[in-house]
Design a protein around this ligand. Structure first.
Ligand SMILES: Cc1cc2nc3c(=O)[nH]c(=O)nc-3n(C[C@H](O)[C@H](O)[C@H](O)COP(=O)(O)OP(=O)(O)OC[C@H]3O[C@@H](n4cnc5c(N)ncnc54)[C@H](O)[C@@H]3O)c2cc1C
Length: 419
């Protein structure tokens, strides 16, 4: 990475996984970094997610089938994918632009761009975690997509073929009759499963804590309960920001405020098309027997992640604005969704019940690049369903763009200028 003058300072706004990763690579590039966070560092969407580091998730949400599922969900309040109809011009525009991209051709286009950044990020994680630079356990045995019915298996076989033929991502097929032998937590009678061996998983809160600890040792400052309010500029340069009554000057500013970035970006050259895509998870003690691998059940749109000291079920995608409720019915649905697959008695009590707002863009691609109208402000947001996975490559790209180094991947598809 190219150098920069020793004394330059950077302020990262937002202390989620994306802000943490940006702080990491800016610190490595020699910046004096401060991260400000309106609440608790890594306490929002980066806290209770499923923790998959999943380069196999190449296909965007804008699939040709997404419109049909979205339409049907209007009539089913229990659907995992739910759109709450509302008369909000911004949201209606978002839906319209999303719908326009639900074609085979555009899906493949987005998938190509996603694949580049997914692979780069998975590599970066291997270097960070295997080398012990960030002390956090991660499981590298793959992600298992379990299909319950023959029809479900038949449908998923098309996705698997697309991933293999177009993108070279191949999986191992395991017949239903072999599944209980493969993982005793799985019920007999399932149709089968695909194991994507390049995927991994970790416990997000452990990663966040270990990464923040390592950055603090390196001199990065984290300031909690410090909410960005406004920016002062001269021409194309941001001079300082106001945050919770404090004024912070810096040479470089990064906006990494997740789902809230849509509105906040207005201060930096224009609002961004980011909608909160709400999901839920429940965490509990490890059941016995515990599934050995992280698993996805595509027919029920639900995922499970076993940890050393716990077990998580996560799912749902609700477009309902910045809703903060955690309805009992949704949590009960998570438990019910895994019952057809797992031969396991789940603990009665949850140790944590959680929701997170995914920062959803209408083209399923993240927004990484210079803010329009500013020379020293960059945006790192809109990571949709893949923020945990995409964090290292995002941080690396931001540091490369800010220091004027040659970017390790083509930044163009992720540029804010595309909107
Ligand atoms: C149920 C569920 C499961 C998921 N599973 C996975 C998975 O397995 N793998 C994966 O890769 N991704 C997964 N995701 C997606 C992933 O969690 C998100 O993409 C990611 O956490 C987004 O990170 P972020 O840093 O952009 O946002 P956040 O974690 O939300 O961080 C943004 C931060 O900015 C702060 N902020 C906001 N406004 C201000 C302000 N004015 N001033 C200062 N700070 C501010 C917020 O408080 C917040 O802490 C999942 C999401 C959900 C909901």
């Amino acid at each position: 990475m190219a150098g920069r003058p020793e004394t330059e300072t950077a302020v990262v706004i937002g202390g989620g996984i994306i802000g943490i990763a940006c702080a990491h690579y800016l610190d490595e590039a020699g910046y004096d970094v401060t991260v400000i966070e309106r609440a608790t560092v890594a306490g929002a969407c980066s806290h209770g997610n499923c923790g998959y580091i999943c380069p196999s998730h190449i296909l965007p949400l804008t699939t040709p089938d997404a419109l049909r599922s979205g339409f049907l969900s209007l009539f089913d309040p229990s659907a995992p994918f739910r759109v709450k109809p509302r008369l909000d011009i911004r949201f209606l525009r978002w839906m319209w632009e999303f719908a326009r991209r639900c074609s085979e051709r555009r899906m493949i286009d987005s998938a190509r761009h996603l694949m580049t950044i997914l692979e780069s990020s998975a590599d970066a994680y291997r270097r960070l975690l295997n080398g012990g630079r960030i002390p956090c356990k991660w499981q590298q045995d793959g992600l298992l997509y379990v299909l319950r019915s023959e029809a479900g298996a038949h449908d998923f076989a098309r996705t698997d073929a697309l991933l293999g033929e177009r993108f070279g991502v191949s999986a191992r097929w395991i017949e239903g009759r072999d599944l209980p032998g493969f993982d005793p937590s799985l019920k007999p009678g399932l149709a089968g499963a695909y194991l994507y061996p390049g995927d991994a998983s970790l416990r997000p809160d452990r990663l966040n804590a270990a990464w923040v600890g390592r950055l603090r040792e390196s001199g990065v400052t984290f300031v909690e309960n410090c909410s960005f309010e406004s920016v002062e500029r001269v021409g194309r340069r941001a001079l300082r920001i106001q945050a919770s009554g404090t004024s912070l000057s810096a040479d470089l500013f990064i906006l990494a405020t997740g789902a809230l970035s849509g509105k906040l970006a207005r201060h930096f050259g224009g609002a961004l098309p980011i909608e909160p895509g709400k999901g839920y998870s429940i965490t509990m003690d490890r059941p016995a027997p515990s599934p050995g691998l992280p698993m996805l059940f595509p027919e029920h749109h639900v995922g499970i992640t076993p940890f050393d000291d716990g077990f998580r079920i996560g799912s749902m995608m609700e477009f309902a604005g910045f809703d903060e409720t955690i309805p009992e019915a949704r949590l009960a649905q998570l438990r019910a969704a895994v019952a057809p697959y797992l031969n396991v008695r789940l603990p009665v009590a949850n140790t944590e019940e959680w929701f997170g707002w995914r920062p959803m863009t209408w083209d399923s691609l993240p927004i990484i690049g210079q803010a329009p109208g500013f020379d020293n402000v960059y945006l790192a947001t809109g990571h949709n369903m893949l923020g945990m996975t995409l964090a290292p490559a995002t941080g690396k790209l931001i540091a490369e763009l800010a220091t004027g180094s040659v970017p390790h991947i083509d930044p163009e598809p992720f540029s804010p200028a595309r909107f």
